[in-house]
Design a protein around this ligand. Structure first.
Ligand code: ATP
Length: 294
C-alpha cells in the first residue's frame, strides 16, 4: 500500500509526520502564478521509508530585466507587443516532483542552465516557487561556510568563525579544531592568512569546516569539483559517512565520476524539465546518450 502525499501531510491521519513547509503556493513570495502551472499532485510516499524532502510540482520563474542593449526593430516590436517592457521571464523549473528519503544521496545532473542550482536553491528556501511546494523535515543546509570566512585572517581563526557560523559554541569548535586541520591537510599552513592559500587549499578548509557537522539534509553544489584527486576521494568518503548517519544529501555536479561515487539515486533535469529519476547508473547512461546525440 502506498500513502498519498496529501494524506501524509494531514495531521489527523499522520500526526507523527511534521514537515516544515519551506515555501508554498500561499506564501506572500509568490507574485507570478499562471493557472496552467497548478495541476493536481500525483505524489505518493513509500510507507516503509522516512520521507525527508518532498518537492511537489515545483515551478520557478525568474524575472530578468533586459540589458538595455539595442534589440533591433523586430525585437523591440516583440517586446512592446508582449507588453513586457524589457522584463523577461525565465521559466527555470517546470513541474519538478519527487520524494527524497532518509539515507539517500541524490545526484542532480543536466546540461548548463538546465535548472540544477535553481532546484537546490528552492530546496534550501533561497528561491521561492512560482507555484508548487517544497516540504522538508528540517531546514536543509547548503554545504559551504565560505561567506562566513575572512581571507585576511589565519586558517585557524577561520575555523573558529566557520564553526560559530555552523552553530557550534567555542568549546565545541576547540574539540573539532584538530580534526578539521588534519582533514584539510593544512597543518603547516594553518597560521597563515587564508588569502595566501591556493584555491585548492581554501576549498579544502571550507569543505573540512562544513563537513564537520552531521547534517540532516545537506545540499552540495559543485563542492567536490575542487581539490586534488586524493582530497576528492576523502571528501567523497566524508559525504558517504554523513549519508549513512541518516542524512539526506543532494549533490549537483558536472562530474559523472563524483556523482557515481557519492550518489545512490540521480535526477536528470534538462531545460527545467525533469527527464529522469532513478538509479544513478541508469540515469547517467541515459544522460550521456543524450549528450552524444546533441
Ligand atoms: N538569479 C537569476 N536571475 C535570472 N535568471 C536566472 C537566475 N539564476 C538562474 N537563472 C536562469 O535560470 C536557468 C537555470 O539556471 P541554473 O543556474 O539553475 O542552471 P544550472 O543547471 O545550475 O546551470 P550550470 O550547470 O551552468 O551551473 C538559466 O536559464 C539561468 O540563466
Amino acid at each position: 500500500m502506498r500513502i498519498n502525499f496529501d494524506d501524509l501531510i494531514n495531521p489527523e491521519l499522520h500526526p507523527e509526520y511534521e514537515p516544515e513547509r519551506i515555501f508554498s503556493d500561499d506564501t506572500s513570495f509568490i507574485d507570478v502564478v499562471s493557472p496552467e502551472d497548478s495541476t493536481n499532485s500525483s505524489l505518493s510516499i513509500d510507507p516503509t521509508r522516512q520521507p525527508v524532502v518532498v518537492v511537489d510540482n515545483l515551478h520557478v520563474k525568474y524575472q530578468v530585466f533586459s540589458s538595455g542593449k539595442a534589440v533591433g526593430a523586430a525585437g523591440a516590436r516583440r517586446l512592446l507587443q508582449s507588453n513586457m517592457r524589457g522584463v523577461r521571464t525565465v521559466h527555470a523549473l517546470k513541474g519538478i516532483s519527487f520524494v527524497a528519503y532518509e539515507n539517500e544521496s541524490i545526484g542532480v545532473i543536466g546540461s548548463n542552465g538546465s535548472g540544477k542550482s535553481t532546484l537546490l536553491k528552492a530546496i534550501t528556501g533561497l528561491t521561492p516557487p512560482a507555484s508548487g511546494s517544497v516540504y522538508a523535515r528540517s531546514r536543509p543546509s547548503l554545504l559551504g561556510v565560505g561567506a562566513a570566512l575572512i581571507p585576511g585572517l589565519s586558517g585557524d581563526k577561520n575555523i573558529t568563525l566557520g564553526g560559530l557560523a555552523l552553530g557550534y559554541n567555542r568549546e565545541q569548535v576547540e574539540k573539532m579544531r584538530e580534526d578539521i586541520i588534519k582533514f584539510a591537510e593544512l597543518e603547516e599552513f594553518i597560521d597563515l592568512p587564508m588569502r595566501t592559500y591556493s584555491s585548492g587549499m581554501s576549498a579544502r578548509l571550507k569543505f573540512a569546516i562544513a563537513a564537520s557537522k552531521q547534517h540532516d539534509i545537506l545540499i552540495i553544489d559543485e563542492a567536490l569539483a575542487v581539490g586534488d584527486a586524493k582530497f576528492k576521494k576523502r571528501s567523497e568518503a566524508k559525504i558517504r559517512e554523513i549519508q549513512e548517519n541518516a542524512g539526506t544529501i543532494f549533490n549537483v555536479s558536472h562530474s559523472m565520476g563524483s556523482i557515481k561515487e557519492t550518489c545512490n539515486r540521480c535526477i536528470w533535469i534538462e531545460k527545467g524539465v525533469q527527464k529522469m529519476d532513478g538509479d544513478t547508473d541508469t540515469v547517467i547512461k541515459a544522460y550521456q546518450a543524450h549528450l552524444k546525440k546533441k
